[in-house]
Ligand binder design. Structure first.
Ligand code: R5P
Length: 293
């Protein structure tokens, strides 16, 4: 087996190769003066089962094209198979036509990935509200892995949380909250908006009494930080003690981290699906385990 990574995930690919004791193959990527990408695989790939690790953060269009060039090239150079690992899968949120005329971008990306001969896809904590659609779109085996268990254990120790409740900031985050809670043997809950009157909306944890408790907020993505900030404010109104945050994909658009710190959260941890200031947990072991299976 050989492991490769494009510009966004070279380091992660190298870690996966190291953990698996497999060969890491370098990919040279340059830009032509007109802005086009140049890709060259620097090593022998003929007859090999290959794995391309390619996260799609910050400049997703660029990294998607890079991936297509690498994968197609592997096949034309005689690689036996190509497994695509998308630690952060861009376009996953536009998986429906929410307004008339909108592109269902996720479908288009899936078609392109399939079109270059990819045999299997692995994602990590991908937007998973319409799993059937995901399988249908790719029409090749797709597995969504999770970093939530690793993250929960890490944040529990880092923030020294005592008997925490894991809270998903909205209903959609229930899946992440459950995974995190189960791995550390904690209770979990989600925040819900309740309309009290025409003017008043209350956000609160619905089933677990959180007053006086430590809380671990678990979500898949922090982008602007707005969801987490609202969740922290709501939990404080309910009288929680310490709050720490775990998210798989720290997109962190401008000022997100500062906004979260400003509401008194000291420990905010993400993974290296998107390298950055809070990417303290590596998903290399999550990927290696899945590839070994
Ligand atoms: C939404 O479906 C996701 O699970 C996240 O809650 C959301 O993307 C976070 O975005 P933001 O940080 O901008 O509130």
């Amino acid at each position: 087996m050989i492991i490769l990574g494009g510009t966004p995930s070279k380091e992660l690919a190298r870690r996966v190769a190291e953990q698996m004791g497999e060969r890491w193959v370098d990919v040279e990527v340059k830009r032509f003066p007109d802005g086009e990408k140049y890709v060259r695989i620097v090593g022998e790939v003929r007859g090999e089962s290959s794995v391309v690790v390619q996260s799609m953060y910050h400049t997703p269009d660029e990294y998607l094209v890079e991936f297509l060039l690498i994968a197609d090239n592997l096949k034309s150079l005689g690689a036996k198979s190509v497994v695509a690992v998308f630690p952060y899968m861009a376009y996953a949120r536009q998986d429906e036509r929410f307004k008339p005329g909108e592109a269902i971008s996720f479908m288009t990306v899936a078609k392109l990935v399939r079109g270059v001969g990819v045999d299997r896809v692995l994602t990590i904590d991908s937007h998973r509200h319409r799993k059937l659609l995901v399988d249908e779109a790719f029409a090749i085996p797709v597995e969504d892995l999770t970093a939530m268990r690793l993250l929960a254990g890490f944040v529990l120790r880092e923030a020294e949380l005592e008997r925490p409740v894991v809270v998903g900031p909205d209903r959609e985050a229930k899946y992440w909250a459950r995974l995190a809670a189960e791995s550390i043997g904690a209770e979990y809950d989600v925040l819900e908006k309740k309309r009290l009157s025409a003017e008043e909306v209350e956000v609160r944890a619905v089933s677990v009494a959180v007053q006086g408790r430590d809380v671990l907020i678990a979500d898949d993505i922090i982008s602007t930080g707005g969801t987490i900030v609202e969740a922290v404010k709501a939990l404080r109104r309910q009288g929680v003690r310490k709050v720490a945050v775990a998210c798989t994909h720290p997109v962190l658009t401008q000022g997100a981290l500062e906004r979260i710190k400003a509401v008194g959260v000291e420990v905010v941890v993400g993974t290296d699906t998107i390298p950055g200031p809070i990417s303290l947990v590596s998903v290399a072991s999550v990927i290696s385990e899945a590839l070994r299976r």
